[in-house]
Each structure stands twice: as C-alpha cells, then as structure tokens.
Design a protein around this ligand. Structure first.
Ligand SMILES: [Mn+2]
Length: 348
C-alpha cells in the first residue's frame, strides 16, 4: 500500500518512526510522535520544541507532552469512538507495548505496515533530491582535484567533509567512504592512513542532505590514469551493468529483474561472485528507504520512486569498483539525477 490516505482511512494510528514524523510534519525534533485519531492529526513534542512546533506545524493539533497527565490525556478519546490503535510493529518495542498496556487497558493494539508511506515521492521531494544531487556533482568536481599520489585516504576524507560543509548542503547523508588501492575491494571501507599510489584506483561513495533529503553517489576512478587491464575491464563491466539496469528501470518493471540483469551481465565475464551486495535502495529522508533493489523483491517499480543503482565488483586482496547513480522512475524511462563524470580516467 503506497497511498497514505487509503492506508489511514477509518483507522486510529500512532506514527512512531522519526523519519515518518518528519515527513508528516516537516518539523525536525528529537522527540516527536504523530497520531491520527478519529480523523484528526496530532503532533506530540515536549517543552524544548513546543514553541517552534506550534509555529511550524500548521496541519495538526500540537500537544505538549511535558504537561501530559493520565487524567488529562487525549488518548482516551479513542475509547469514546473505537478502541483500536494501529502501530507498525517494527517501530514499537516490547517494553513500550507493556507500558502502553499498563496505562490503557481497554485499547487494543494492531499492526499496520507503514513501511511504504514515503516510497513514492511528491514534486517537492523530487526537487529537493534533485538539488541534493546537483550539489553532490559540484562537490565531486572539486574533490577530484585533490586526488593525487602521496595523499592519504584520511586526508581525502577531511577534504570531502570540508567541501560538503562549504557547499549549500545542510549535512552529510552518511559518513563518506573513501577506499584506495586494495582497500577498494571492501564495499564499506573506513578511510585509513593508506597513502595513494600512482597506479591505484579509488572509490568515493558519498552524499549530502539538503532540506532533509539526501543524495547518494559512488564513483571509482584512477588516481593517475595508470591502472591495470583488469581494473579497466571491471570498471567497464560495472558501468555496463549500471547502464543496463537504468535502461530497464521504468514503471511496471519487477524490481528483482534489474538485479538479475546486472548479475547475468557480470556472469558472462565470470564476475558474478564478486558482486556481493544489493543492487540499490530507495532514498529520501533516509539514506536507505524502500524499495530495496535486490533479487528477492518482486514488487513493481512505480512512478516517482527514487532509487539508487549501485553495482560493484570486488576482488579481495586486489581492488574493487562500484558506480552508483540516483534515478527517478517515470512511465517509460528512468531519469538519472547525478551528472558527475563516471569515467575511469578523469581529465584533470
Ligand atoms: Mn547507496
């Protein structure tokens, strides 16, 4: 189920996931809960945020939980109408459940799957993600000037963080991955003191957050245009896999088909065992959202999903290559949101 309106119809719902609460209110807070009770929206926060919440959340009743008392509580309203409250069990701990049952003995709790309420993006969200991707492209262009033999991964990590801080972005979307030489064989490498050599390959995986929405992009390129035949081979194969998936990504396509296509392409050259992670994932408020793009997902691509496609080939002890694009799913095609150079040898 992708439509929030259809999902909440005639139900009382407690939204607990912080990303969902941010999505529903457009208000950032470390303590925010959203309720939909008898057709009315409520946002609950505490003294620290209440004034800001009241001025920013226009479409809901804003309630200060610092003056919450069991007597003076809006939840018993549920009992007046319908004594059922729906919660996504993935966002509700056993302890919270026990506490809730102690307080509200008559309220019945049922599970509702809220995992897809943010999967289809609206125009405003699409524009924010496009902007995040644009900022990412321009940071990449500046970053590659610093990539030279003799510099360490850690130094480059500082460079990318500094470029992000100096950009229009509000934050990083996740801690950047910088992996050179044989470290590039680890998909999620943490930057080390390793010093780049002139015949190394380097992988940079990073993204930025712009007004709560993220980008996620990976490039693998030669430190000094001096790499081996096999590195050239895996780079062009990964790029071929990426383009094949993007070409086939459009409304109505089964998600697992994209993953299959790429793995079959890698199999032709004997590298299918060297692609050891999912092909991609949705992005939005969170860096990893639904849908997950992998071989077990038989869901269908829908218009205005935004997903990453990030095939990779990793050869332990030698090197690895991953290239990642963020794409917007449309009726007859996918639109690539990142424009940064994907070549192995960058002119710089
Ligand atoms: Mn990614």
């Amino acid at each position: 189920m992708y439509s929030l309106n259809d999902l909440i119809k005639n139900k009382n719902i407690w939204f607990k996931n912080p990303d969902d609460c941010l999505y529903l209110t457009n208000f950032e807070s470390s303590n925010l809960n959203v309720f939909y009770i008898s057709g009315e929206w409520y946002a609950l926060t505490d003294d620290r945020y209440i004034e800001a919440a009241k001025s920013k959340i226009k479409n809901m009743k804003v309630i200060n939980i610092s003056d919450f008392s069991f007597k003076n509580n809006f939840l018993p309203k549920i009992i007046e109408t319908d004594n059922t409250l729906y919660i996504d069990e993935n966002n509700f701990t056993l302890r919270e459940y026990k506490n809730f049952k102690d307080r509200y003995k008559k309220i019945k709790i049922l599970h509702i799957d809220l995992s897809n309420i943010r999967t289809i993006k609206n125009d405003e969200e699409i524009n924010l993600i496009k902007k995040a991707c644009k900022i990412t492209d321009s940071i990449f262009k500046k970053f590659i000037e610093y990539v030279k033999p003799g510099i360490s991964e850690k130094k480059l990590e500082k460079v990318i963080l500094k470029l992000i801080i100096e950009s229009e972005a509000d934050n990083i979307s996740f801690w950047p991955i910088i992996a050179a030489g044989e470290n590039s064989a680890s998909p999620h490498w943490k930057a080390s003191d390793y010093i780049l050599k002139k015949d190394d390959i380097i992988t940079l995986d990073f993204g930025v957050k712009y007004k709560n929405y993220v980008s996620d992009m990976t490039r693998t390129f030669a430190v000094k245009n001096d790499v081996s035949i096999e590195e050239e081979k895996i780079h062009s194969l990964v790029l071929r896999g990426l383009n094949l998936a993007i070409k086939n990504a459009k409304v109505g396509v089964e998600i697992k088909k994209l993953d299959e296509l790429v793995r079959k392409e890698f199999e032709k050259e004997g590298y299918e065992k060297n692609f050891n992670h999912a092909l991609g994932h949705g992005i939005g408020i969170n860096i990893h959202e639904n849908p997950l793009i992998y071989s077990y997902n038989s869901e269908i691509l829908k218009e205005n999903m935004i997903i990453t496609i990030e095939p990779g080939i990793y050869i332990p002890g030698k090197y690895g290559c991953r290239i990642e694009q963020d794409i917007l799913i449309k009726k007859d095609k996918a639109i690539e949101l990142n424009k940064a150079n994907k070549n192995l040898n960058l002119k710089r």
